[in-house]
Design a protein around this ligand. Sequence first.
Ligand code: SF4
Length: 389
Amino acid sequence: MALHLAYRWFCKLDLNDKVPHHSTFSVNRLGRFRESEILRHIFERVVATCMAAGLVKGEGFAVDASVMEANASRYHGKAPDELDWSDAQRQKLAVAEYLAGLEAEAQVQEGGDSRGSGSDGKPTAAPDRKSPKVISPSDPSSAWTAKANKRVQFGYGLNYLIDVEHAIIVDVEATPARTYDEVASTKTMIERTEQRLDLKPDWLAGDTAYGTGKLLAWLLGKNITPHIPVWERYSPPDGMFSRGDFTYDAERDLYVCPNGRPLRTSGTVHDSRVRNYLSQPGDCRACTLKQRCTRAPFKKIARDINEDARNHARSLKGTPEFERSSNARKKVEMRFAHLKVQHGFERMRLRGLTGARDEFHLAAIVQNLKTMALRLLGPPTKGTCAAIA
Ligand code: SF4
């Protein structure tokens, strides 16, 4: 570091000045820099500069997430009930942050005071997802994942929200590498982009993971058209009746089966997500179509409480606008590919969710600056490259 001119320039050190001990930088990063959210400010400043340069259209956004391997051994995962934190472990930043997050979640669930919570210092909402089965003792906020057809590992989800015009990253969020958290972060990013940058898209493109009734309904409620394939929980085997063979009667709130019999609901919402519509076993026993309908004594159809939003999203599929958005969505995948292939960023150096936030913000800043330079100045010439090298 003593001979690195860029570090000296950044730290305002003259050529003869003594470079402070390396721990000084770490302490400042973990304390002053994180508390002041300096990386977030720099990121937003870069996006604002891109906007001023006309590189952000604000019409269509795309969202996606990519797994980054955590700085944690995949051989040392433990079941939650096996974990017994020692005092020394509790002192470690990543563990302290995780335990503070758990405590905050518990407070929210009990309806108590949620101040002083999780990783980013904000109260965390009570999640309706399942608890993890394996936890890393060294980086417990990371998630045990085999996503993206990779080997099983601990990882964080790098979530990008991009403006599809020039693939400028308009927001970035760190989550554990779990689909539930990644989908939930979409709301956070869209709301924050609207509040901080006064940007709200007309449409949003995403892959099937984002096609949940909850998110689709939320997007429609905000007047954002979801160009997102609907996530279907179950597809029947060949030859069996599909969901489309049952007609929903909105007026009577029941389904009518291919044999003309009703499937009714008690109105109970299961898993905060669906209502079940059931046929009468007596009707099914006497039915000649039963072989093609169900092997159970009666037929059950689970209807999402946001089924209207899902139907609306289904009706958009196949339109020219939807197809164009699906193609534009690949730009966000390209962002991840460049980050991993060109910048070699596949594994975290820092631990904890705040560590992931720092690294992901830095990555997004660098990628946006590169795009801005490329769009405004053009590709570097051979002479420039030689001079830089
Ligand atoms: S098995 Fe029951 S639900 Fe299925 S078509 Fe026959 S009556 Fe209708």
